[in-house]
Design a protein. Structure first.
Length: 331
């Protein structure tokens, strides 16, 4: 960026352009619109599990009917995309994770329900085995090790079932090596060449996913942590290599996750690669902000300010549990 020329005070008074709302609007450098939002929703097949998630006040596990109503609400608010997360029956979770590629698993039923209700809604999925895995990991576990190549095969099956169900965007969040190329190849040969991939490329091993694991019922199951496949929070260079690798394997869009603690990574990804770049304002970030807002410690403007920070850091859009509330505030 060229250095701005600034005449000495009083010729320059930066407050001149901050004086009225209209002047401020004229010189706003980035903006936030509903088109920048992707709304993640939780859909359950378990009777009685619907309703509010304790660690995410204001966020509900939805039934299939609830998912249909969410799609209609998103459409009314001009939110272009919904991301579906399944909450599946604990008793049906297995070590081989077969239900992940069952055409009638709750995730795939939710994809069909949303596409039937609002065909133009962009439906994004999550590709990782954790919602269907008896041990809560994103990959297949053998003797305590998370197997890479066997997991990639399972993820391809999972993705094909999602594409059959009508998904527009696949969201591999598993962090196995080689999955983007494998998914892209499988989509091309199976006739799903238009299905896009938004890779969770720079996904860090974060403490901020805690409430999400409650939401999908993976918390009690998970033994150990995800540090052998998710990126060390200390590693910017490694995160950029993940993004480069995923783009080279055919990712259409890339994501940084979590969001606010990793805004430096967002900026670096956008500057370095120029690809469509998204951030995930994850469950723990939502819980912090919403908890403080509910206590009266922060004003509701903290929601829009936090989302604007992603736009300023170069993101094209943000996955946020605040999506519908913020879209209402912007309307
Ligand atoms: N692979 C699963 C997945 N997909 C999205 C999230 C987190 C989302 C959030 O915290 O809001 C996670 C959790 C994890 O990696 O343990």
């Amino acid at each position: 960026m060229a250095s701005p020329i600034i005449a000495p005070f009083p010729a320059t008074r930066l407050r001149r352009l901050r004086r009225t709302a209209n002047l401020r609007a004229m010189v706003s450098e980035v903006n936030l619109t509903p088109a920048n939002l992707i709304w993640p929703i939780f859909v359950t097949e378990v009777a009685g599990a619907e309703g509010e998630i304790a660690s995410m006040p204001g966020v509900q596990r939805l039934t299939l009917d609830g998912a249909r109503r969410a799609a209609e609400r998103a459409a009314r608010l001009n939110i272009p995309a919904i991301c579906i997360f399944p909450h599946s029956d604990q008793d049906l979770k297995t070590e081989a994770c077969e239900r992940a590629w069952d055409p009638d698993n709750i995730g795939n039923r939710a994809i069909r329900a949303v596409k039937e209700t609002v065909p133009e809604m962009a439906v994004m999925t999550d590709i990782a085995l954790d919602p269907y895995n008896a041990n809560g990991h994103d990959g297949i576990v053998q003797n305590g090790e998370i197997l890479n190549d066997e997991t990639v095969e399972a993820l391809v099956r999972m993705a094909l079932a999602q594409a059959e169900a009508g998904a527009d965007i696949l969201g591999p969040s598993d962090m196995m090596d080689g999955r983007i190329g494998a998914l892209r190849g499988a989509m091309e040969t199976a006739g799903h060449k238009h299905v896009a991939i938004l890779s969770y490329a720079a996904k860090f091993a974060s403490a901020f996913y805690g409430p999400f694991r409650d939401a999908v019922g993976a918390s009690g199951r998970l033994v150990g942590d995800k540090k052998t496949y998710q990126v060390n929070p200390a590693n910017r260079g490694e995160a950029l290599r993940c993004v480069a690798r995923d783009l080279a394997e055919g990712a259409d869009m890339v994501m940084v996750k979590p969001g606010m603690p990793y805004l430096d990574i967002c900026r670096a990804v956008k500057d370095e690669f120029g690809a469509p770049t998204f951030a995930y304002q994850v469950s723990g970030e939502y819980a912090m902000l919403e908890g403080a807002i509910r206590n009266g410690w922060l004003s509701r403007d903290a929601m829009t300010e936090s989302l604007l920070s992603f736009r300023r850091a170069g993101c094209d859009g943000v996955l946020s549990y605040f999506a519908p509330t913020v879209a209402e505030m912007l309307a």
